[in-house]
Write a protein that binds this ligand. Structure first.
Ligand code: GLP
Length: 264
């Protein structure tokens, strides 16, 4: 695991966007796994800037989002489809038909089949080359709440109380937050060829330390990333503040810069 500690949110966003840019240049038809939440907004802003100012070309890029609230249609302002359109897709030259966000309006009796198809589409596209992740207050990735199997696949899940509370800031009132979501599973996420986990702010410090340095446990689904061979964690100083091996991560990152190689 590479752990990169930067000064602030802006640097975290730039560092993440730089990795996406390198991939899009190297493989113009790459498959990106995308996340929502406040964490990746700065990274998306930076990608938009790169597109507008540096002609970064997304015309062949394919994307798959991690999750969607169940019950919200894509034109609902709190849906993750809407979030992606507004915060990224509408501002770059990606083809809308190449962007995939789970459909929150699939009828209950079609969900299993739909989730299987979502996974099939990822496979047909060649698998996810680079997955971007945030981390929930309870340690979730996607909407894989504590207790999710570490080999779980795309499915319908019930949201945890803490997640409903955390995410209620985006809704008018807490009662409006959906109680269910569709999410890629932990097992699905671990199949990505490379993964970036972003976290910022002191509120994430404790859960980040548990995810990176604690035991691998379904109680903190982000800890499953320890099982993946190519994960880069990009943290601002606040989110990194409870890491025990902080000095080593800083040393290792300085060392890899000298030889111009990523050391996982
Ligand atoms: C939601 C999303 C996650 C995201 C998390 C953190 O629950 N399903 O993918 O990582 O929020 O949100 P934020 O980045 O706003 O802290």
């Amino acid at each position: 695991m590479r752990v990169i500690i930067v000064k602030n949110y802006e640097e975290m966003s730039k560092e993440g966007a730089k990795m996406v840019k390198e991939l899009v240049i190297k493989k113009p038809n790459c498959v990106l796994g995308l996340a929502t939440g406040s964490t990746p907004i700065g990274l998306y802003k930076e990608l938009i800037r790169m597109h507008k100012e540096e002609n970064l070309d997304f015309s062949q890029v394919i994307t798959f989002n991690l999750d969607e609230y169940y019950g919200l249609s894509g034109d609902h302002p709190q849906s993750y489809r809407y979030f992606m359109d507004v915060n990224l897709f509408n501002e770059i030259n990606i083809k809308k038909e190449n962007t995939h966000v789970p459909d929150g309006k699939i009828p209950l009796d079609k969900i299993e089949e739909y989730c299987r198809e979502y996974e099939e589409m990822i496979k047909k596209a060649g698998g996810i080359d680079l997955q971007i992740l945030g981390i929930g207050g309870d340690g979730h990735i996607g909407f894989n709440e504590p207790g999710s199997s570490l080999s779980s696949r795309t499915r319908l899940v019930a949201l945890d109380e803490q997640t409903i509370r955390d995410n209620s800031r985006f809704f008018e009132k807490i009662e409006d937050v959906p109680r269910f979501a569709l999410t890629m599973g932990v097992g699905t996420i671990l199949e990505a060829k490379e993964i970036i986990l972003l976290a910022n702010g002191v509120k994430k410090a404790e859960v980040v330390a548990k995810a990176i340095e604690g035991p691998v446990t379904s109680q903190i689904t982000a800890s499953a990333l320890q099982l993946h061979p190519k994960v880069t964690v990009i943290l601002d100083e606040e989110a990194a503040s409870q890491l025990r091996r902080k000095e080593y991560y800083i040393f290792a990152h300085e060392a890899e810069k000298k030889i111009n190689l990523k050391l996982f």
